[in-house]
Write a protein that binds this ligand. Structure first.
Ligand SMILES: Cc1ncc(COP(=O)(O)O)c(C=O)c1O
Length: 457
């Protein structure tokens, strides 16, 4: 049956999108389509069954297949404007293609995928990953890669394990990804913060911290930062690596969205010190399928054995089934075409969100201006807390995130909200920002109201 059924599905989806097929219309008969696509009737039936599972079409016994009423779906979707969810856009998750790769992987590797496997990750996948990473200006070899169960696992293990510099403390940008803060808390590690704004970090202050605070590693999200959306320039990245080298600090570089960078000249920190100072982590969760729980980490040779001991005691090995299928997805070129598609989608959504912020947000709010990625953050006026805004919008089924959990206690800010563009539909962005702007102004004006004389006593 191969991938012909996917071709049929894609063709029908295209016609639904461009309006050639409208709600209620009857689809061609199974015989017509099998002739048109020169394939078996079973292949057409498979395509129709899959489209039915996606609730795009329905069947009427003895009559055929029909397009579902899009208004029913829209009415349901219209209820929610989701700037909160941070998984990839569910409309572009390539799970049908991936299903195909899973089947192929099982055919190719058979029982190997269902027993214990290499702790470091399958070698053939690591070879594919090395090739893929070259697109991100990351040049390394399979021996230095470990396949991990999500980048969160790599972070958690790095927080827990000793480093060759024998130092104890961790430095993180403020704010930062909540998952690293949780790992630090649970391991009772000591963390220092360095303030990050859309203008970057103070490099003199960074040097001061490196020199004086026994820093084991500096955890950094160099592109499309979570939650700010900030990206460093190449010059800044180079300088940070130089300082790390000078003061014997390791860098843990979390390049979770690097693949979306529209600037082909932007380098990761890894490119400035490929031989071990920078530990590079690449997640596939945002650009691909988070449920696979697959990411990779590049380690200095010096740390490999110890990292593998920690990894082994955590989960033996990462899912061999996910690894086998990802290998085939990468090798077939499907990954690169998927990436091309989503790069465009997220770039467009992010621009649209910024246009809406520019047009609608009150003048006393400040928002970041990332060139792509998932996140844009908004600093609220002094009188307005993120908690109030989240609560007020929640009542209207508009979801945004309060970023206060993304700070260490001494850096805590309660007036930052994070918007994610990954799951929100393009056509809802402007309405969402309109409602957000209204809520901010309303809360702000209430706070600014002078109490009546009655309460002055
Ligand atoms: C910056 C950052 N790093 C890592 C992760 C964890 O990703 P994974 O699914 O690869 O564990 C996330 C998830 O949201 C994230 O935002």
């Amino acid at each position: 049956m191969s991938s012909k059924y996917i071709e049929i599905m894609e063709e029908i989806k295209l016609q639904l999108e461009n309006g050639s097929l409208i709600a209620g219309s009857k689809l061609p008969s199974i015989r017509q389509l099998s002739e048109h696509f020169s394939c078996s009737k079973n292949t057409v039936i498979k395509a129709y069954v899959e489209l039915e599972k996606e609730h795009l079409i329905y069947s009427v016994p003895k009559s055929g297949y029909f397009v579902v009423n899009e208004y029913q779906i829209e009415a349901k979707e219209n209820e929610v404007i989701d700037f909160l969810s941070a998984g990839p856009d569910k409309h572009v998750m390539p799970y049908l293609d991936f299903q195909h790769c899973m089947n192929q992987a099982i055919e190719q590797y058979k029982e190997e995928l269902f027993t214990y496997s290499d702790q470091q990750g399958s070698f053939t996948l690591r070879v594919q990953l090395v090739k893929y990473l070259q697109n991100l200006q990351v040049f390394t070899k399979p021996e230095r890669l470990v396949v991990v169960s999500g980048s969160q696992q790599a972070l958690n293990l790095l927080v827990a394990m000793p480093f060759p510099n024998g130092k104890n403390n961790i430095l993180i940008e403020q704010p930062s990804y909540f998952g690293i803060i949780e790992s630090i808390n649970l391991h009772q590690a000591t963390a220092f913060g360095i303030e990050l704004s859309m203008d970057g970090i103070d490099l003199d202050h960074l040097e001061y911290i490196f020199r004086n605070n026994d820093i084991k590693f500096f955890y950094i999200i160099p592109r499309f930062h979570n939650p700010l959306g900030h990206s460093y320039t190449n010059r800044e990245k180079q300088k940070i690596v130089e300082l790390a080298e000078k003061y014997d600090v390791y860098i843990v570089e979390d390049d979770f969205l690097g693949d979306l960078d529209p600037d082909a000249k932007s380098d990761p920190l890894f490119a400035f010190e490929p031989s071990g100072r920078v530990i590079y982590i690449k997640s596939f969760s945002k650009i691909f399928l988070p449920g696979l729980r697959i990411a990779t980490v590049i380690l200095p040779t010096l740390m490999m054995n110890n990292f593998l001991r920690y990894k082994f005691s955590s989960d033996f090995n990462s899912s061999a089934l996910s690894q086998g299928a990802l290998e085939i997805y990468l090798k077939s070129g499907m990954f690169n075409s998927h990436l091309k598609k989503i790069k465009e989608i997220y770039y467009t959504k992010m621009n649209h969100l910024q246009d809406a912020c520019e047009e609608l947000l009150p003048a006393n709010t400040h928002y970041s201006k990332p060139s792509s990625g998932f996140y844009l953050s908004i600093s609220l006026p002094e009188n307005v807390t993120a908690k109030q805004v989240v609560h007020m919008l929640h009542e209207e089924n508009i979801y945004v995130d309060d970023a206060s959990r993304m700070f260490l206690p001494e850096y805590k800010k309660d007036n930052l909200i994070r918007l994610s563009i990954s799951q929100v539909e393009m056509r809802k962005i402007k309405t969402g920002v309109e409602r957000l702007a209204y809520s901010i102004s309303l809360i702000d004006s209430r706070k600014n109201q002078k109490p009546s004389n009655l309460f002055l006593f």
